[in-house]
Structures are given as C-alpha cells and as structure tokens.
Design a protein around this ligand. Structure first.
Ligand SMILES: CC(C)(COP(=O)(O)OP(=O)(O)OC[C@H]1O[C@@H](n2cnc3c(N)ncnc32)[C@H](O)[C@@H]1OP(=O)(O)O)[C@@H](O)C(=O)NCCC(=O)NCCS
Length: 149
C-alpha cells in the first residue's frame, strides 16, 4: 500500500536511505524537516508495516513544476516494479496538487534509475556538472504531467 509517511516512519526512512545511497544521503534531521516543515509530500510503500520504498516530492508555490527530490526502493525489493508504481503515485500526487510537470536529477552512472525514468516517459532536459558530493554530474529529467492551458 502506498501512503503518506508520518514521523513514526523516521527509523525506516533512515535505514532505507543509508542502504540505498553512498553519497548525498538525507539525514534523520532532513527527513524530520521534510515531514513537518517543508512544502513536501513523502510517500512510502508500506507492506504490512514494512517500509519497502519511499519518495519525496518538493513543492514550490512559485512554480507549476514539482520536484522528485529522492526515491529509493529497499535493495531486496528492487526489480519488481515497486519503483515504477511509486513513481506513478508521485505523479498522481503532483497532479492532485495542480502541478503540470515533474522534474528530477539523477546521477549519470545510475543505470536502473535512468531506465525507470525513461520507461516512464521522462525526457533529458539538462546536464548539471559537479552536482553531487563526489563531483559526478547529474542528468535533469522532466515529464509533462498535464497539457498546458
Ligand atoms: C532506482 C530504483 C528506485 C528503481 O526501483 P525498482 O523498484 O528496482 O525499479 P523497477 O523494478 O520499476 O525497474 C526499473 C529498472 O530497474 C532495473 N532493475 C531491474 N532489476 C533490478 C535489480 N534487481 N536491481 C536493480 N535494478 C534492477 C531495470 O533496468 C529496470 O528497468 P526495465 O524496466 O527496463 O527492466 C532502485 O533501484 C533504487 O532504489 N536504487 C537506489 C536508490 C536510487 O538510486 N534512487 C534513485 C535516485 S535518482
């Protein structure tokens, strides 16, 4: 079941984060801020109380573009389309919040994530040099969620 995260999910979120990323990790404090103060939505895939995946969407009242800030599926659950389903839920959340497009950045060497976004209809719109802590570049992807009025 995909649902909105709460503070009770903090431990699971931190565990998932640390086992999913080598650099640029979100800390417990980052997650707490995202859950309580940020203009953000945090979704989790909850399988009978076990958090298999999470996604963070950032909203900015000044733009009609939402940003997928982070997404991760637990290592033992990858390759089962959980990422694809969560990404769909992210897009529905953004549409529900009146957003017309979704953007995200991904490491150039992250083949499974790039595949996930390309299969879901995202287009490469920019390369950003020296984006990550280890100086690797990012590819920025975008998907139009709804026709422009
Ligand atoms: C990127 C990620 C979210 C994809 O989630 P997922 O649930 O494994 O994705 P899906 O099952 O929907 O498959 C997406 C792609 O993953 C790849 N994949 C398939 N099996 C895999 C496996 N066992 N392990 C890793 N990747 C696999 C495939 O390329 C697949 O593309 P395909 O449809 O052409 O086969 C997940 O790999 C992950 O959490 N990675 C670590 C964190 C991360 O990099 N997040 C993205 C930051 S931008």
């Amino acid at each position: 079941m995909i649902r909105t995260a709460t503070l009770a999910d903090l431990d699971s979120l931190v565990l998932l984060e640390n086992s999913s990323f080598e650099t640029d990790r979100l800390t417990r404090l980052n997650f707490r801020y995202l859950l309580t103060k940020a203009n953000a939505t945090l979704l989790v895939d909850d399988e009978e109380g076990y958090i298999r995946a999470y996604a963070v969407i950032l909203y900015n009242s000044a733009t009609s573009t939402a940003r997928l800030y982070s997404i991760a599926v637990g290592a033992e659950y990858r390759g089962q389309r959980i990422g694809q389903q969560l990404l769909k839920a992210v897009e529905e959340n953004a549409i529900g919040n009146g957003r017309l497009s979704l953007r995200l950045e991904v490491r150039r060497d992250n083949q499974s994530a790039i595949k996930l976004y390309q299969n879901a209809g995202y287009r490469e719109i920019a390369i950003i040099e020296d984006y990550y802590e280890d100086h690797l570049e990012a590819i920025r992807f975008e998907k139009k969620l709804a026709p422009e009025k």
